[in-house]
Design a protein around this ligand. Sequence first.
Ligand SMILES: [Fe+2]
Ligand SMILES: [Fe+2]
Length: 479
Amino acid sequence: MTETVDYDALIPNNVGLADDPKLQRALEKWHPGYLDWWNSMGPEGFQMADVYLRTAVSVEKEGWAKFDYVKMPEYRWGILLAPAVEERAIPCGEHVGEPAWMEVPGAYRAMLRRLIVIQGDTEPASVEQQRHLGSVSPSLYDMRNLFQVNVEEGRHLWAMVYLLQKYFGRDGRDEAHELLERQSGSEEKPRMLGAFNEETPDWLSFFMFTYFTDRDGKMQLEALAHSGFDPLSRTCRFMLAEEAHHMFVGYTGVKRIVQRTAEAMTSAGIEDPYDIEAVRALGVIDLPAIQRKTNLHFSLTLDLFGSEESTNAANYFNAGVKGRYHEDKLQDDHQLRNDTYPVMKLVDGELQLVEVPALNALNARLRDDFIEDCRGGISRWNREISSHGIDFEITMPHVAFNREVGEFADLSISPAGRVVDAPTFEAKTSTWLPTSEDRAYIEELMQPQFEPGEFAGWIAPPQRGIQNKTPNFLYVKLP
Ligand SMILES: [Fe+2]
Ligand SMILES: [Fe+2]
């Protein structure tokens, strides 16, 4: 298998596609359907714009991407695997230490297929969710970042489709086809996971989505990067390089919104963050509304980790097809035969940690790792707020708040983690979750700002631009 990237091929790749005519035919057959999907479900209204995008052209740590103006339908979606690790071994489960698989082991075929399909399904879903946002971009800089995320999610779909087509025969081809058939929010053929059928109605939602939900993607990819099935591991390792930018977009996006709100409040002499009317009169997003969006996107994202205790998750780990976050850095036997793990549960009307067999608690564990990973950015948002002398802190709600999957599904738990009765929850919903007024107000703010270097009034300009460009660089040339 060649490691260098054949960038001139119809489908840029470093998987030796030119030497595998059967796979090449299968992918070339899928390609027009993909383009149809992109043109009909991708960014609406900007397909002919020239966007300053990065394209992956290598898999080396340095210089893996090049930047240039591209019309999105002409983006060079490629199939790129991170470099092979010599003599890589299966990192966990009953085969720990055995050589990693280069082909799909028959016994684990169904499992692997399912994991790849679920991951693959999320990639086009987010593009669909975000397709209306371009026309209300707060700046060309932000518009470019949105489209960057979108084309890379498209590439991630290619990555999963490659695995399906190469290793799963006819089933794989059928699944690849289905990935273009399901649609976010559709009644008949929705996307597979709940959060990927929700709307992304505005830019605050987009930034929250890329901060929280793309981070779920990161955690899943981190776990799959430790798969004993080597092609999956290499695919996911390269996807992670791109994913970092998506979370950067979310983190800086929320930070710039918070900054703008705090600045506007300070210069207007408003000290009370709950004086909603006064804050909204300034044309910025009040901090309590940002907290409610945080509550919503955080809880929706937690549902993506599945049930806390799961025999499927145990089977994946035992088989060695999916590892844990940082599996290679963990100091244990990587089999978890006799270990336990504390899982939060409702016991006798109270939330408490209960030790359960660690093998069954892998979803809970990955979710806990995710929550830890969320902290840094949130505390920097809060530092931004306090640096303006405003007394307000954005917090992650309790893990049991507003959940629909697992242990806490349909329980009434406050964001602070108090067990409440259903009527109390009902009465408090408008302070805990985004309201229709929030939505209407934020929607009103979503006016396009397409002048280079100009930014909508509710968001601060970024500290710097993309790839050493200034924030007023012409990131998108509108047709
Ligand atoms: Fe992705
Ligand atoms: Fe992403």
